[in-house]
Design a protein around this ligand. Structure first.
Ligand code: AVI
Length: 330
């Protein structure tokens, strides 16, 4: 997805910066061909709860596969990245993943700083609480976009020991390939040679497995997707009729991605007041809301190398096809 250029709204219809940016994005992306909405807006408070629920669904294996790998190999991560004085997690969620990792640390090791970077205060409170029981762990929360948090860390390197950045949960899959390269380079730029990256990436698997993972029989993923429209109605005065949009998940083999769409079930006119937008959607016209890229075994190493890292160890969950790669900044 390309970035929206900075276009001011003619009317100051949304006062807070956040909702003004939301209004601009909604107007810009819904006017594109094909119509789109940026996937970062899936995670309002309700959306984050729905995503937590998705992670517990039997059909969505990403989090469970990654948790198994972290649990099985956490001692090896500390051994390979020794001496580690700082762990940074981008998007810590509930903090369970970093807690699993930290639980594998040798108790006699010195103080460990854990930096959590997220725009969501709820995620930061939750993950800080999850880590509160660990001795000799100092938690620092950065309520900021990843890029800003990474710059703060680059400007305050540790006086001794290595830094390990965690980018887990296959969040890399929500970037298109050029965006993934660029973001990994930004991580690399915040680090020094000899620091580490632990990257969790979902791999290509059979289409029926992917289809169920992104269109589950309980309809939780459909609710997660439709909640975007709920948010637009609530925050921007939209009049989307939820019943008139179907959730659709499509596997695009050539692009190696699962796409989520909201498909208009009839010809309809939708207005979004704060975005100064009126659109006519044809029957079967879709709004593209997310891409989830799935990697081949070989491409994970290439992507990491292109960003200035050298893969040190890779662990692959054979059942659910998930890759955890530890890479060293060169
Ligand atoms: C957060 N991200 C890695 C999830 C994914 O698999 O792309 C978001 C998600 N979308 C639908 N289900 C889960």
């Amino acid at each position: 997805m390309i970035e929206r250029p900075a276009v001011p709204l003619s009317r100051a219809s949304a006062d807070a910066d956040g909702s003004a940016a939301f209004a601009l994005d909604v107007r810009y992306y819904l006017s594109q061909d094909p119509r789109q909405l940026p996937s970062r807006y899936l995670y309002d408070e309700l959306g984050s709860c729905l995503f937590e629920a998705i992670c517990r669904l039997p059909w969505y294996p990403v989090m469970r596969a990654e948790a198994r790998l972290l649990d099985a190999h956490r001692h090896e991560v500390f051994a390979a990245a020794d001496p580690l004085s700082r762990i940074v997690e981008l998007g810590p969620g509930s903090g369970e993943k970093v807690a699993t990792l930290v639980g594998g640390r040798d108790r006699s090791a010195g103080t460990l700083e854990v930096h959590l970077i997220d725009v969501s205060p709820t995620a930061l409170t939750l993950s800080t609480r999850t880590l509160s029981g660990f001795e000799s762990v100092r938690v620092v929360a950065h309520e900021a976009p990843y890029e800003v948090g990474l710059t703060e860390l680059r400007d305050a390197p540790p006086t001794q020991g290595r830094t390990l950045v965690l980018f887990l949960g296959s969040n890399i899959g929500n970037f298109d390939p050029p965006g993934a390269d660029e973001f990994l380079r930004e991580i690399r730029a915040a680090l020094s040679p000899g620091d580490f990256l632990l990257l969790g990436t979902d791999l290509v698997k059979p289409e029926r497995v992917l289809q169920l993972a992104y269109d589950d029989p309980l309809g939780v993923t459909a609710a997660f997707n439709r909640n975007l429209l709920v948010q637009i109605n609530r925050e921007l005065g939209g009049d989307f009729d939820l019943e008139s949009f179907a959730h659709r998940a499509l596997w695009k083999a050539t692009e190696s991605r699962v796409e989520m769409h909201l498909v208009s079930l009839r010809r309809q006119v939708v207005r979004v007041e704060a975005a100064e937008l009126e659109l006519t959607l044809d029957a079967d016209e879709s709004i593209w809301t997310e891409s989830s890229y799935k990697y081949q075994d070989a491409t994970v190493a290439l992507v990491v190398e292109r960003a200035g890292f050298e893969p040190v160890v890779r662990w692959i969950d054979a059942d659910d096809r998930f890759d955890l790669t530890l890479a060293k900044a060169v």
